[in-house]
Write a protein that binds this ligand. Structure first.
Ligand SMILES: *[C@@H]1O[C@H](CO)[C@@H](O)[C@H](O)[C@H]1NC(C)=O
Ligand SMILES: *[C@@H]1O[C@H](CO)[C@@H](O)[C@H](O)[C@H]1NC(C)=O
Ligand SMILES: *[C@@H]1O[C@H](CO)[C@@H](O)[C@H](O)[C@H]1NC(C)=O
Length: 498
């Protein structure tokens, strides 16, 4: 059955998915991608956050044991929160650490993630957006080689991440370990990891905080210690941990007691893996693929290094604007070791315009989201390669001294930060103050900002405006600066006192 799914998928490799591929997301709160599945597959409700393409004949029975993990739509925080950004602060993470905890929360591990990895948002590649289940040792190793040969490693990209569908359907009956699919990975995952490490890169794997992964392979819930030890033995550096197939007794009540989402059942499913990873000898960057559920931004940095803020990305302008709108509300939670994840990159996929691809990359940089390229790298053209290796945007993203992202600001006395998404952002790097402007309109626009209104800009009468995309100064200006910005493009400036 799964083999059929992966073969079907092969015909879509490298292309855009007008319809969702087998096992892929096709609905859920905030979903902007296709709600149709390829022939023979049916978009099937899993929970309020996630509908998935399942095989038509088997969807009714094969997933009947996968009850919803989320009980109400009213809890869908990331798309319904309308309060101002000023009410969010990292210190509000947990209100009841001294209250008596009942049930599983009373005994759940509280150890935090490793501080030996994950300080800066991850930079790398993941197989899913380009290949879905159609992965192999050769495909993953080819991506790793491309990262080196195309100059991506030199630009800072380091993670080569395997997504779903790498395993056999059943665990080893004796050791209970997950077994790599020997057809796809004849040298095992450890053999591939050795090859990738030899290039000076790191390797990531995928599992799930439920009984099965989204594509139905073994999940790690209840097997956290065995799986963390196995991953360590193989040399794994990064774990993406998904949220499918959660047993009914792990459902959350909303809001959880005391509004304490750190002690929600969702958080505890992830905390069990945090503790298992902490017991290993090797630091593992821990990526919570929790789709923006259970107010994860409030507790994510106590459990992992980054956390997904939405369902899966799609190669569409509507996905980009939707996730920008959501994430702009939660930027106060982003700092070192603490990254809202806007999901993997779609540059190279679908029919995003080159301006939309620039916005996709620039916004992931200035919001300090993990950036995992998600395409066949060998097919990127020189314009696209220049975007994803832009040294000044990457320097902002990877700044080792300043962890905060750029945040929305009102650019003029009558301006606003509340458009959806906001169009003007200001932030600081070791180089100085930056302004980023997204033109969300569908035609070229002249967009300007008043220097005195840019947060962080030292008082001065004249400023040098520098174009980060081009790497060159545009001149010295007083009062304000305006730029002509193409439809759906993003301008990126460093602004320093003259
Ligand atoms: C759900 O049931 C399993 C199996 O009995 C148990 O190990 C787990 O702790 C339960 N989860 C919760 C949240 O009570
Ligand atoms: C690369 O592809 C984009 C479309 O994704 C196109 O706009 C751009 O002109 C191409 N660049 C080159 C050098 O072919
Ligand atoms: C806002 O102010 C700018 C100048 O600061 C002006 O160009 C623009 O027309 C004003 N917009 C509105 C809606 O009043």
């Amino acid at each position: 059955m799964l083999v059929t799914g992966c073969l079907l998928l092969a015909s879509f490799v490298g292309g855009a998915y007008a319809q969702s591929q087998p096992w892929a997301q096709c609905g859920g709160a905030g979903w902007t991608g296709s709600t149709a599945c390829t022939a023979g597959w049916v978009c099937t409700y899993q929970n309020d956050y996630y509908s998935q393409c399942l095989q038509a004949s088997s969807s009714a029975t094969s997933r009947s044991s996968s009850p919803s993990s989320v009980s109400t739509t009213s809890s869908r925080s990331s798309s319904t929160v309308s309060s101002t950004t000023s009410t969010h602060s990292s210190s509000s993470a947990s209100s009841s650490s001294t209250a008596t905890l009942t049930g599983i929360a009373g005994t759940a591990p509280t150890v935090g993630p490793s501080q030996d990895t994950g300080k800066l948002p991850a930079l790398g590649w993941n197989a899913w957006n380009a290949y879905g289940c159609g992965i192999s040792n050769d495909i993953i190793y080819a991506a790793a080689s491309d990262i080196v040969s195309l100059g991506l490693q030199a630009a800072g990209y380091e993670y080569v991440n395997i997504d779903d569908c790498w395993a056999e359907m059943k665990r080893d009956p004796t050791t209970q370990q997950i077994i790599p699919d020997p057809t796809k990975f004849p040298n095992g995952i450890s053999g591939l990891a050795t090859q990738i490490h030899a290039l000076g890169l790191k390797v990531g794997i995928y599992s799930d905080a439920g009984t099965a992964t989204c594509a139905g392979f073994p999940g790690s819930l209840g097997y956290e210690n065995i799986d963390a030890a196995t991953f360590t033995e193989w040399g794994i550096d990064y774990l993406k941990y998904d949220n499918c197939n959660v047993p009914g007794n792990w459902s959350d009540t909303y809001p959880p007691p005391g509004n304490d989402y750190y002690n929600s059942n969702s958080a505890i499913r992830y905390r069990q893996m945090t503790a298992a990873l902490a017991a290993q000898s090797r630091p593992v960057q821990f990526s919570l693929c929790i789709w923006g559920a259970a107010n994860v931004w409030q507790w994510g940095s106590r459990v992992g290094h980054s956390w997904r803020m939405s369902g899966d990305s799609s190669a569409s302008w509507s996905y980009i604007t939707e996730i920008l709108t959501t994430n702009a509300q939660y930027l106060d939670y982003v700092d070192f070791y603490s990254h809202n994840d806007m999901d993997m990159m779609e540059i190279g996929n679908g029919d995003l315009t080159i301006q939309e691809q620039r916005t996709h990359f620039a916004a992931w940089c200035f919001m300090k989201s993990p950036i995992l390229l998600g395409t066949d790298l060998s097919k990127l053209n020189s314009t696209q390669l220049a975007i994803v290796t832009n040294p000044e945007l990457l320097a902002f993203h990877q700044d080792a001294t300043i962890g905060a992202p750029a945040k929305p600001f009102a650019p003029t006395a009558n301006g606003t930060t509340t458009t959806n998404p906001p169009e003007f952002y200001a932030g600081t790097s070791t180089k100085g103050t930056h302004v980023f402007i997204i033109n969300t309109a569908s035609s070229t626009a002249t967009m300007g900002f008043t220097f005195s209104l840019v947060p962080g800009l030292a008082a001065g009468s004249k400023y040098v405006v520098h174009d980060m995309w081009a790497g060159k100064d545009l001149g010295t200006f007083s009062g304000s600066y305006s730029a002509s910005i193409a439809a759906h493009d993003t301008a990126a400036f460093l602004v320093t006192p003259a």
